[in-house]
Design a binder for this molecule. Sequence first.
Ligand code: GUN
Ligand code: ZN
Length: 484
Amino acid sequence: MIAGFEVLHKDIAGRLGRLRVGEKVVRTPALLPVVNPHLQVVSPAEMSAMGVEALITNAYIFFRSEQFRDRALDPGLHSVLDFPGVIMTDSGSFQLSVYGDVELDNRETLEFQKRIGSDIVVPLDLPTPPGADRKRAEAELDITLSRVKEARDIIGNGPLIAAPVQGGLFEDLREEAGRAVSRLGSVVTPIGAVVPLMENYRYRELVRVVLAAKKGLSPGACVHLFGAGHPVMLALAVAMGCDLFDSAAYALYAKQGRYLTVHGTLSLDDLVELPCSCSICRAHTAEDLRTSPERERLLALHNLHVTLAEILRIRQAIRDGTLWELVDERCRSHPRLLDGYRELLRAAPLLEASDRATKRRFFYRGYESCLRTEVVRYHRDLSRFALAGRVLVSFDNRSEPGYDACLGFRPPFGPFPPALAETFPIGQSEVPSWDTSMVRSGCEGIAILKAANPEAVFTVRCGSEWAFLVEDEVPGIEVLCDEA
Ligand code: GUN
Ligand code: ZN
């Protein structure tokens, strides 16, 4: 089968792409709703009408199902589910890891997935839980990788093989696993065994594990984050370079009366209003929804609408170069998500390499913005500026006689020559009244420039409110104070 992944636009490590699976194309980032043939509250045909281009279902359920097994074999999965798009099938791995009673081996599940006409098959990987020690993580990773290799022989020129990246919490193993599956030429590479991290809000570790896997994976791999589908964390995951998500949350949460929002989950029982613009919420009151015989289905539809809309919002943000702003906004919904966001920012020097050169704007949203890739890149570029003689850095961007160079100052970036005044990021930064964090970050820029030009003599002219900060941050610099 002809398959490939093409990246069209980038922002941070996030991508807007096209996954080609035979004749079909999936635009990414994409959400693959999880479909259980026995519990279809929203039908795949309805999903297709909502813009869903790919879904995921569990081959093991079909294998075990008296009702669906034969029909999946003939006329096939697409026909049984009445879905023309891409269908990915998961193996029984997750059931195996949770219930330990899967009576299928790797060959059997792969042959079955192939026979039912799956577009993307998953070998029987071993999802190593976060608590596992290194020995176990290594041993299970070896088995997973050998099953991925075996899959290539079993599947041949059949459906696309998704090659799971395991390794537990061990970052070097995740990186090695990423490198190993990419060496095998895998196009779709799910990062596995992260559900327990997400369920327990362990977002800092999630970020570490995903970034480690990404280090090893080819930049051309289409990365699936297994089991991730809550809208609150999708922007963060995309920013790390994940392209595919699968959501069972829309249905599971609906069953429990839980109402998804991009800021977190609400209980339908607590809602007086339905703060959402989807067709369900506009046509019903909270009371309608609570008392409707169709409550579960309506909630599932709302949950799916919200999640799909977030995917579209993320795609638009990648086009505009505003993904950092969206991540910043979403990750303030929960303190542990904020931890994950801060972990991502710690990796900004790494992410900078994949980030795009220009964006529509740089919107300052507080201290965290000072750590963004654009600031890291600007500071790195500053060290390449050659200056000589007397250099003025003017906080109000005024040139003065008596200097060989007069630079402006734009926090959180720092000094800039007049020629860069209109270029990104200086010209496109949307910055409120200056605060200490951003001025400190800008001063770091001055210090970098000064260190790179030890022969030049630097003077800063600033308002008196910043004089002490400048002297602290750039030791030995001459500061001229404008009276406040
Ligand atoms: N679903 C959620 N996590 C996993 C995983 O690690 N492997 C597989 N095959 N399916 C999953
Ligand atoms: Zn809604």
